[in-house]
Design a protein around this ligand. Sequence first.
Ligand SMILES: *[C@@H]1O[C@H](CO)[C@@H](O)[C@H](O)[C@H]1NC(C)=O
Ligand SMILES: *[C@@H]1O[C@H](CO)[C@@H](O)[C@H](O)[C@H]1NC(C)=O
Ligand SMILES: *[C@@H]1O[C@H](CO)[C@@H](O)[C@H](O)[C@H]1NC(C)=O
Length: 234
Amino acid sequence: MFTRHQLVLLALVSTWFSAYALEPAHDGQSAETIQQPEVTEKFKSYDEVFKKLFITKRKQHLSAVKNLRNLDSYERKYDMISIIIKNVIEIIEAKKNSLEEIKDGLKENRTLSYVPDELRDGLSSVLENTAFFGDIVLQVPDITHRILKKNSHWKNQMQWSLNFANETRFLLDEATGGMLDLAFQELNITQRLPNYVNPYSSENQGDSGDKTSERKKKERKKRKTGPQMVRVDL
Ligand SMILES: *[C@@H]1O[C@H](CO)[C@@H](O)[C@H](O)[C@H]1NC(C)=O
Ligand SMILES: *[C@@H]1O[C@H](CO)[C@@H](O)[C@H](O)[C@H]1NC(C)=O
Ligand SMILES: *[C@@H]1O[C@H](CO)[C@@H](O)[C@H](O)[C@H]1NC(C)=O
């Protein structure tokens, strides 16, 4: 049986798995916004529409991850994250080869107009789901590491996908780019910077009144460079 949280989450899962078409009418929430005449004027190019919709999706991801964090037991979180990762992997595997083929052209031309029509939805879907995975590994790190440890194939595919997203970062918003840098560190794909601290990791979840953690917090503030992970409770 699913709890209310899980149902909310599943509803979100099904929304983002139906890859949105770049035609605004296919996307519920942003369709309304974009169909207004003045907004249509503002988003002339394909890339801008893409970015706008991507940001809308990112908001949904963040609220879905919050629901995940709030699930009431370890087992539920574990099961839900496994289901999500499995689905993300399926999306990646379906598109990986075609995306590899267009990657260099896309990087050189830096625009979605270069991407064949039939691949655009797949590209958005991979980028969105990869970003969503990044949120999950950062915000529910212990369980996610445990799942990936049991399945190295998943880990390799996610790594491919995170690299792909990073290489096509010009398509993404800045916040997502910064999140990717952190996800690479969380997964130890790149070496963790000395100031890297994940507040959601169990090793950093001591008593908040603890003097050591207070001191660490201060040190962290002083050494602030590059993207930082901030704990947000929405
Ligand atoms: C960039 O796009 C042009 C067409 O707009 C294409 O001819 C060219 O091959 C692309 N670059 C690469 C590396 O594919
Ligand atoms: C991700 O992209 C940034 C910006 O281009 C780059 O500095 C960084 O090295 C890349 N990270 C990885 C893991 O390739
Ligand atoms: C990443 O490396 C750090 C040490 O550099 C280690 O403490 C941590 O457990 C590693 N995490 C994973 C997921 O490999």
